[in-house]
Design a binder for this molecule. Sequence first.
Ligand code: URA
Length: 407
Amino acid sequence: MAAGPGIELLLERKRDGGALTADELTWLVGGIVDESVTRAQAAAFLAFTFLRGMTDEETVAFTLAMRDSGDVLSWAVDGTVVDKHSTGGVGDKVSLILAPLWAELGYYVPMISGRGLGHTGGTLDKLEAIEGFRTDLEIDELHRVLADVGCFMNGQTGELAPADRILYALRNETSTVPAIPLITASILSKKLAEGLDELSLDVKWGTGAFMKTREDAAALRDMLVAVGNGAGVRTRARLTDMNVPLGHAIGNALEVEEAMACLKGEGPEDLAQLTCELIGRDEAEVARARDLLDRGVAWERWERLVAAHHGDLSAPLRGGGCTRVVVEAPRDLTIGRCDAYELGRAAFVLGAGRRTAAAPVHPGVGLLVHAKPGDSVLRGQPLVTVVHADRGLDEALALVQRAYGLG
Ligand code: URA
């Protein structure tokens, strides 16, 4: 790394509430990646930033420096390149529907996704419930698929924003994760490295979300939109309530099934509408997307997308052979709560999610949520079907009871 301004001076300024310049932040991020800035110094920078915050200019510069710490992709296609990012929720299978539907509207969607961690699912885990589906296509193949199909859904190729990998781990170790400038730079550095023209963000709030209150989520939304636009990508965002799971299915293969029903025009209303609202720049585009979705027009593109990733839709989804247990309403009741976090945890303990990044997931297990807030059910009617295999049934059943306030 080139001789810089002196890390101690930068840390002192940040500690005392001053701002760093774009050049200083670029130097610092470079030093974190090549390890000429020590982990202790990086941790101090995170802690000072957590306590003192960043100006908008600093956040833009920090995000761009993180983006440029690794590969930045670009696509030789004649059209608008778009993607969406969700801050993560329970039952959120929007990406599976959105990519082919957006492509159907004439956009190019190079979707680079991640795996789930904890109680929220990851798009790659869901896709891998499809027999043969590969999420590790090489960059040449991704270029071909994007040009031919209009979208792909893959894991990282090369390394996007390696600075984020290092800083995210340090944030976990130093209790500095929930700082809005750090979250913003973390999310956007990876998305901006995808080479997008436009980005649509779904910022969730509620029990099942990373941000528990609407106010915190709104602050994150505002910062994400300002920094995304400041970094040169047209960025819009909406806030979504994640106190209740999205749709009915939670768990990998179950969510793929629900997403495929939605692509045939037979999906749950909340899922179909949110997908279209994330696609549309305005009401007219939302309505166009909704019309195509309701008529099942994007199904054929989904088939092409799956085939391009070597998936086989004629084979049963992976993880078959699970056992189903139905949780029934103990009395006549109107559902008041159906807590996304408890239900996400229930799917997690059954094996649908992972505790550590390297752990495997079970493709077949999870929950089907039949009753949501506002629904009236009679005694004996199903609330939830628990789909289980080799572990976690008792704990999952207790979590389902808690989710409905029946414990
Ligand atoms: N997701 C990310 O990628 N980074 C964060 O800091 C939080 C959520």
